[in-house]
Each structure stands twice: as structure tokens, then as C-alpha cells.
Design a protein around this ligand. Structure first.
Ligand SMILES: NC(=O)c1ccc[n+]([C@@H]2O[C@H](COP(=O)([O-])OP(=O)(O)OC[C@H]3O[C@@H](n4cnc5c(N)ncnc54)[C@H](O)[C@@H]3O)[C@@H](O)[C@H]2O)c1
Length: 442
């Protein structure tokens, strides 16, 4: 079987590599010439565990190739995935310009029947727009080539993308007829052999499923952050509360960790887009609006704690930041909470020196040299007034506190991920602020 994947970003590249791994012949297409050149030279433009090895292995076996030419990639393919970006438009709706540009290009070049599958996260009704755009191009060419559209939203998590793709909790596919279902079933057969469920449904339901899933996860996070902030006020410990509620199987223990607010390329934009979709349909998604508000506030919590501790006088103070990416195991900085904290610290006249195991290059690309970048976690701590932890990379979990207290100006930590034990911090003389737990003031 031969397929093409258009858009070679996080989703497209992982999709292409994982299908190639199952023996399928895959071409990954992108308009970004630099990205494709890098990939052709074995350089992976994103940091994702295991991806480099998988890409290179499949390129060597001749099953995975890269191209900037969509037309050439269409020869003999049965399925073409569109995995281009759907960033938020000015009014928060999903910007469909890339999805529709790809659809028009496909319409200009297809020569035989194929299934055109949207993998990007798109508003309900997009498949219809894709279909119309393709048909318009076919009409312009005055040709009659049958094709089907389908929706196959992606649920992979950055940082664990390969495992998520190869061992999915479920595969959701919206189809419009039996023929496309048959082809999609054949394509995904290697995953079904391991009993991973595949759920076929109508296309609007598949499109909605992705938004509903991300919105539910964002809701869990914001709910827990809201509860955490109340815990601090009333003297409860959110970690205990989390364990207490997470052991209820109806609630579950995943995604109920409080923190410094959710970020990334998906939750913020998808929550906004679903709110917009509801408004366009004269329905008010009250819960999701609150989810967004809570998250906005949560991204400022670490700064507010620091500001309060230093009595509003941050001018001239230096803060170390550990962890810049929106979560561990990725260099993705889109909507990362660290960006909010940095911006607020700098506006208050403070200086920042940051360390992240993989995301410093991407941070520098985004905000330049307004902050300093350290070569290792301890290098970031030299003479700083306090440390702020934003991303829970494993290497921050058991640092050598003895070294830390020798090189920092003050023994103060603002921990946005609750990775240390308050009692231990107290005993060793640290001033330690975390989320939803009583501050330790030494
Ligand atoms: N990143 C995630 O974790 C994730 C998870 C699930 C779903 N999604 C969804 O998947 C979609 C893609 O996300 P991403 O993070 O991979 O995006 P990305 O920005 O990393 O990649 C998109 C790629 O599409 C390319 N592109 C744009 N227009 C093109 C065109 N006309 N032809 C060929 N290539 C083109 C861009 O150059 C870019 O390389 C989005 O809708 C996103 O919401 C993302």
C-alpha cells in the first residue's frame, strides 16, 4: 500500500514514520523546503523520543521518503493524509487556510480514486469544505475522478508520540461510505492485530470527538488548578486531595495534577476553537469559558507568588527558571507557561536565566536573548535570588540541594509542578512555594 502525508510537522512526521514502520510505502510532503532538506539529510526538525531512529530506519529500508512536490507524491497512492496546521485565527476560530490549500492542490493533481483523510484538528463541517474544494478543482479540469473524504483525528501526545501512535487507546475514523471504511481498515490493520480499538462513525462526530477530547482534558487540568488554589486558601493539601479523588475509578488519577497552567499546540487553541464553534451555533459552552479563564490566571500564579514573596519589588532581582517547554520530553514552546512567567518577570524589572534540557534553542528562536540561557541546571543557579520550576523534566526531581544552596543567593524555590516534599524542604531550611500546598517559609 502507498500513502502520502501532507504537512510534515509533529503529527505528519510521526504518522508517516509509524505507517512506514508497518511496511507501508509513505511519502511525507511539506512546503517548507528547509524542513524537507533537513529530513532528507537525516536531521529531524523536532525533538521527539525515538523519532530520529524510526525515521532513519524507514528511510534506509526505502519505505519513507520526503518531498516538497505534492503532485509527484500522489502517484498510485490510495490514501492521502492532510496533517497541516490549524492555528487560531484572529477571532479564535481554527484557521483553515492550510487545510483548504492542500485540498485544492489535491484536486488539481489527482488522477485516480483515493481517500483524502483530514488528520488535522478541524471544526465540524470541514470535511464538507475539503470535499467541495477538491470537486471545484476537478470541475475546473473538466475531469470526473471519484474520491472520498474521511476524518481521522490524531490523539498522540508530544513526548510520547510514537508509542501513542503505535499503541493507540483508540483510532477514530469518520467515513462517508463502506468503500473508504474498507481502505482505512486495511491501512490500520497492523494496529488492530494488537487489539487497539478502531471506532468508525460519521464525519461530523469524528471531527467533534477530537475537540471534545481535548476540551475534557483541559477541563480536568483547570478544575484541579482551581481546586488547588482554594486548597491553599483553606489550608488543605492538593496532593492529598488528588490522591483521594483519583482513587475513585469514575474520576481516575490521570490529568488531575495541578500546575502552572496548560500550554502546547493543542489545548489552548482547541478550547478556544470549540468555544467559537458553539458561539457560531448560538450555544454557549459555559464550562469551557471558565476552563480558559482559570488557565489564563494559572499561568500567572508562579509570578504572583514570587512577586508577593519579594513584596512587589522584583526590580534587579535574578530568577533561575528550570524547564521552558510546555511539558517534558518535547522542545515545543507553543503557549508554554514559561513564556508568561518570563514576560511578567522582565516587565517587573527582573532578570532571568533559564535552563531546559532541549527547548532552549526553540525559546531563543521565539524570544531571542532577552533572557540568559544556562549550560546546565546548576549553571542557571549561580547567584540567583530564587529558582522557579515550570516544567517537570526528570532531571529536576532529585537535584543536589547541597550544591544548590551553596551557589544560590537565597534558598527559595517556586515549584510549579509540586515535585519536592514540603516537609523535607522545611527540614533542610528552604523557603518553598508549590501549588495548592501550604508555603514553607524558612
Ligand atoms: N502537535 C500535536 O501534539 C497534535 C496532536 C494531535 C493533533 N494535532 C493537530 O494536527 C495538526 C498539525 O499539528 P502539528 O503540531 O503537526 O503542526 P506543525 O505546525 O508542527 O506542522 C504543520 C506542517 O504543515 C506544513 N504545511 C502547511 N501548509 C502546507 C501545504 N500547503 N502543503 C504541505 N505542507 C504544508 C507546515 O510547513 C508544517 O511543517 C493541527 O491541526 C493540530 O491541532 C496536533
Amino acid at each position: 500500500m502507498k500513502i502520502s502525508v501532507v504537512g510534515t510537522g509533529y503529527v505528519g512526521l510521526v504518522t508517516g514514520a509509524c505507517f512506514a514502520e508497518t511496511g507501508i510505502d509513505v511519502t511525507c510532503v511539506d512546503i517548507d523546503v528547509e524542513k524537507i532538506t533537513k529530513l532528507k539529510n537525516g536531521i529531524i526538525p523536532i525533538w521527539e523520543p525515538g523519532l530520529k531512529e524510526m525515521v532513519n530506519r524507514n528511510v534506509e529500508k526505502g519505505r519513507l521518503s520526503f518531498s516538497t512536490n505534492l503532485k509527484d507524491s500522489l502517484k498510485d497512492v490510495e490514501v492521502i493524509f492532510s496533517a497541516v496546521g490549524t492555528p487560531p485565527d484572529e477571532d479564535d476560530s481554527a484557521d483553515l487556510q492550510y487545510v483548504l490549500a492542500v485540498a485544492r492542490e489535491i484536486g488539481q493533481y489527482i488522477e485516480n480514486y483515493m481517500v483524502i483523510v483530514t488528520k488535522s484538528t478541524v471544526p465540524i463541517g470541514t470535511a464538507k469544505k475539503v470535499k467541495t474544494a477538491i470537486q471545484e478543482e476537478l470541475d475546473k479540469r473538466n475531469v470526473n475522478i471519484p474520491f472520498d473524504v474521511a476524518s481521522n483525528p490524531e490523539f498522540l501526545k508530544e513526548g510520547n508520540a510514537i508509542d501513542d501512535f503505535l499503541k493507540p487507546d483508540r483510532i477514530v475514523i469518520g467515513i462517508e461510505n463502506k468503500e473508504s471504511e474498507k481502505i482505512m481498515r486495511r491501512l490500520y490493520k497492523p494496529f488492530l492485530l494488537n487489539n487497539h480499538p478502531i471506532i468508525f462513525m460519521d464525519i461530523p462526530s469524528a471531527e467533534m470527538t477530537k475537540y471534545a477530547a481535548n476540551s475534557m482534558l483541559a477541563t480536568k487540568i483547570s478544575f484541579m488548578n482551581d481546586i488547588a488554589n482554594l486548597c491553599e486558601i483553606v489550608g488543605a493539601d492538593v496532593n492529598m486531595v488528588r490522591k483521594g479523588i483519583g482513587s475513585d475509578s469514575r474520576i481516575g488519577n490521570k490529568f488531575i495534577y495541578p500546575g502552572a497552567g496548560y500550554g502546547g499546540s493543542c489545548f489552548p487553541k482547541d478550547v478556544k476553537a470549540l468555544i467559537k464553534i458553539s458561539e457560531e451555533n448560538k450555544h454557549s459552552l459555559i464550562i469551557l469559558k471558565a476552563v480558559e479563564d482559570v488557565n489564563k490566571r494559572q499561568k500567572e500564579v508562579l509570578f504572583n507568588k514570587a512577586n508577593k514573596h519579594f513584596k512587589g519589588n522584583l526590580k534587579g532581582k535574578t530568577f533561575a527558571i528550570w524547564g521552558l517547554s510546555f511539558k517534558p520530553n518535547t522542545d515545543d514552546m507553543r503557549e508554554a507557561s514559561s513564556l508568561t512567567v518570563i514576560e511578567k518577570l522582565l516587565s517587573a524589572g527582573a532578570k532571568v536565566i533559564a535552563y531546559d534540557p532541549v527547548a532552549m534553542e526553540e525559546t531563543r528562536r521565539k524570544i531571542g536573548d532577552v533572557i540568559k540561557y544556562a549550560k546546565d541546571p546548576f549553571d542557571a543557579l549561580l547567584d540567583v535570588d530564587a529558582l522557579i520550576i515550570i516544567t517537570e523534566w526528570t532531571e529536576f526531581r532529585s537535584p543536589n540541594f547541597k550544591i544548590m544552596e551553596r551557589i544560590m543567593k537565597n534558598k527559595i524555590i517556586f515549584d510549579g509542578r509540586n515535585i519536592y516534599e514540603p516537609n523535607e524542604m522545611k527540614d533542610s531550611g528552604w523557603t518553598y512555594y508549590s501549588i495548592g500546598r501550604k508555603p514553607i517559609i524558612n
